[in-house]
Design a binder for this molecule. Structure first.
Ligand code: ASP
Length: 321
């Protein structure tokens, strides 16, 4: 029987780093030599897009990853994207919006320790990510620790743990233990695959704090931000003093998220968020900050009304399967 064919797309990250006498730096190395035995399960080809710390990722890199998947879609059963952990959740969310009606797995993975370390988590992440890329899970996911999560529901929760990611609003798509479990129904394409393009970079995220002047929002909008994500308190609550007016007068989409990891924004639950809602703010619901920001950047670059686009489920960031 033919083995599943996978394309490993290399972008960098700790997984391939070395730091002999200074900070960890990406070095190009053959990760496959550290995952001996994988060739018995899958046929792998590799391609290097870049070799960077993921803090240097840009929307052009997101488009590069999505474009690579689109270009090679016909030749491979699944894709494994090797990526730094720091911004993997942004990249996975962004790429999920670009790969409309995706029909095969695109699995991001990386590691907390370089693959050449004795105590590395990279080897198992790579092997498990590869197995996930052969499953019937046509989604952009992040494989890390023991789980495959939907990429646009995922957030980095630990710099220490080998389970570096959490998915606060959707259970894992795949759980890797002694057996492989798939507890959550995944998305399925309902139409023709399409590669989408474009992200607006002139956006801002403001973390709201007690006593923060609403003029900060005005200054950011005056400086050219085409949308602002406000990381607000609890269920999306904001100070009353000056904020509703600043939102109403901004003239750009203002999206309200929360500083909490679990639960959803519910504008109108308290007076501060009711006033923000009446002033025209949008709710980020239970989207992660990564999914909120990248959806904002994506929608601003599309030919759609922002409010209409915001309400749409683009890639499972709002709905379950
Ligand atoms: N700084 C690294 C990166 O995001 C961290 C990692 O890969 O774990 O590229």
């Amino acid at each position: 029987m033919n083995k599943p064919r996978l394309l490993f797309v290399h972008t960098g990250g700790t997984i391939v780093m070395k730091g002999d006498a200074g900070p960890l730096q990406p070095v190009l190395q053959d990760v496959l030599s550290y995952a001996r035995g994988l060739e018995e399960l899958v046929e792998v080809e590799g391609l290097s897009l870049c070799n960077i710390d993921s803090s240097d990722m840009t929307p052009e890199h997101w488009e590069g990853i999505a474009g690579t998947v689109a270009k090679h879609r016909g030749d491979f059963d699944g894709f494994v994207i090797l990526h730094g952990t720091d911004t993997m959740a942004y990249s996975a969310a962004a790429v999920s919006y670009l790969l409309h009606q995706l029909d095969r797995p695109v699995v991001f993975t990386g590691s907390q320790r370089p693959i050449a370390d004795l105590r590395t988590d990279a080897r198992l992440n790579l092997v498990h990510a590869s197995i996930c890329a052969t499953l019937d899970v046509p989604e952009v996911g992040i494989y890390f620790g023991d789980h495959l999560f939907r990429g646009n529901r995922t957030t980095k929760v630990s710099v220490q743990s080998y389970n570096a990611y959490g998915s606060p609003s959707l259970p894992a798509l795949v759980e890797m233990g002694v057996d492989v479990a798939m507890p959550t129904p995944c998305r399925r394409p309902t139409g023709r695959f399409q590669l989408r393009r474009g992200f607006e970079r002139d956006v801002a995220v403001l973390t709201v704090f007690p006593g923060m002047p609403a003029d900060t929002l005005r200054r950011v909008v005056d400086a050219g931000a085409r949308a602002v994500v406000l990381s607000a308190f609890g269920a999306g609550n904001l100070p009353l003093d000056g904020w509703p007016d600043a939102i109403a007068e901004s003239g750009v989409p203002i999206i309200i998220g929360t500083q909490c990891l679990h639960g959803a924004v519910e504008l109108g639950r308290y007076a501060g968020s009711k006033a923000a809602l009446d002033a025209g703010a949008l709710s980020a619901g239970n989207l992660t900050q990564e999914a909120t920001l990248t959806k904002t950047m994506f929608l601003l670059a599309q030919d759609v009304d922002f409010r209409d686009g915001w309400a749409m489920d683009l890639a499972g960031e709002l709905n379950g399967a």
